[in-house]
Design a protein around this ligand. Sequence first.
Ligand code: MN
Length: 344
Amino acid sequence: MTRDYLRIATEEAFAPKELFDMYRKVLQGPDPDPGFVSLFGFYMNSPSERAQHIMNCLSDLGPQRLQHMDDCGIDRQIMALTSPGVQIFDADTAVAFARVANDELAEAVRRHPTRYSGMIAVAPQRPAEAAKEIERGLQMGLTGVIINSHTQGEYLSDPKFWDIFAAAEAANTPIYLHPNTAPRNMIQPFLECGLDGAIYGFGVETGLHALRIITAGVFDRFPKLQMIIGHMGEALPFWAYRLDYMHEATVRSNRYLTVKALKKKPSDYLRENFYITNSGVAWEPAIKFSQQVLGADRVMYAMDYPYQHVKAEVDTLDAMAMDAADKKRFFQTNAENAFHLPKA
Ligand code: MN
């Protein structure tokens, strides 16, 4: 079958090998974060085929990754430091290791410029340093900023983090808000039933984070800022009607100091300030619904390699009954636009 589009996968994970040594120290330290224990305590220690495959793939930026891309028909991966990245560390370690990770990723992009793109990891623990690292990353040929949701229970809706938004907006580069396990004060009901991970907990926590950013007025303050959320927009398109109704009703009834009038409806910000990806959701009805709600120029492809490394899903998505121009937007041109990639 011939195709007139490239497949650009936009939420693909990597991790320098040294990161796992540092993660082991965190896990062995005093009172480690329960979500982190559930996530990397599992992946780094489980003998299961799934965990071994993921660990084996994450730190490879060479022939194996390229072979896996070829096998699945992925033309380009846009990679990001895997969750929780540096956000689990103390601030000094986080700032220093973000640089190490970005140097390694930029080097891989230089070696394979037609196959790899990479996002800039930052340490939200130090917003001013994060802003500097965005500049440095762009100069090294990286594009977009990866933030793995909350940072030790703190959310980007807090204005103390807004130097990061200012830097991304000024540099005209998007922020990918990727899931993390829920913070300590949220995770218990998820952990006790085993639903804290990608099955559900990730989406709940990250959807909440994106919504907090919207309702805090971030896009009134930074109207040109673009963000990206995966997993069908962490279900926010499905919520859009009720978010609009209840936000207006909440503002009108003066119920919370934290829910203030915004210039636009919550769904307007979703349409104008967000791209979403279908990472982990190779499901035509959800993709078409999101295109209908957000516009076909706002929904793009991701595989979520290596966490969901499934060739059959590529075939499923190729076969979607969709206007050819919209399918090309989905697989290729929306990613080129969102990440300012060289046009193929
Ligand atoms: Mn992911």
